[in-house]
Design a protein around this ligand. Sequence first.
Ligand SMILES: [Zn+2]
Length: 385
Amino acid sequence: MTHPNVAIAELEQQISAVQWPQLDRKHLTYADIAPVMDELAGHAALRVTHIGASYLGTPIRRLTLGNGPLVVLAWTQMHGDEPTATAAVLDWLQLLLTQQLSGLPNDWQQLLTLHVVPMLNPDGAAQRTRQNAQGIDINRDALARQSPEGRLLWQQVQSLQPTLAFNLHDQNPYYAVGNSAEPATVAFLAPAYHPDKHVDSARLQAKQMIAHMRQMLSHWLPGGIARYDDSYSERSFGDNIAGTGASTILIESGAHRQDPHRQVARRMNVIALQVALEALFTDAHRNYTLADYYAIPANTADGFCDIKICQVTIDDGTHAPFQTDICLSREKGDELLRVEFIGDVRGIHGFTEYDARQQQLPELINIGDDATELVASLKPVQAGL
Ligand SMILES: [Zn+2]
């Protein structure tokens, strides 16, 4: 489906042409991305700086393009098990290095400096954990800074003083857009820098930028973009970086149907980042208001479960039969299906749903039961994720 905006349609084609195919994976480690970073470093325009190392000694690199006074800083995978934006920023750099982009002025590299830190938490990535090797959640370490990775990020912010900062994460797949049956494939936030959620000029710009990015992405994700809760989080990096006067934007990559490797969110990240970069030169985002930002539906936790069995009848032969919904979760690489919830789950959607109104179970089921056999006997009405 071609975007009606010719420049954006062209951009999408260019992104498809440059995406790193080897990064189409469910998870990414440092070993996966190091060869890609090495290849990017072959371009004379890209500067690579080893800014430090993780707790266990894996190098952390910063990739830089341009020499201009406007400074943009983006970092990814601060949570080790959240790899989607790592692939996206490596695509983005390849796009900027190899394509003629009609949305940018020819001399943009004299006007702007773009710094990207892919995979801030390589130890967590190696262990597939949110936390680093110390067990610390780096995104709760912005004040204490007990993690080397957190100290590195803070040093980057202090020394580079970005105008625009991108904090790039993945969210669990169960977030929905508002009360809809659409998964939140992308969620945005302009974090607060104070408990009272003041909006200074930098935060206003972040909100306008988000409204603009959302507008551009809505062609592909008409109901799939949400607004993340903006409660102030004292210990978190986004909130503290917003407090430095940087227009700070959190992008959460989320689930999309039939997309287990989150390649839709990956592509949407690249488009969003590029649209934001271009807007710094055109001020396209200045046409949006705070109302446009708040019109984005809320990012709703627990809007989905993996599998929903609707209205099965349980009749144990001793008690009166009753009808109930059942939610199941996939575990151990999708091999196991476990009962997670029994009862009324209206308002929660299943990525796969079964209509079991004609189905009877001869005995009670329990939370935690293996439901693989039960599901094998049912026919899905909506097959998903
Ligand atoms: Zn995260």
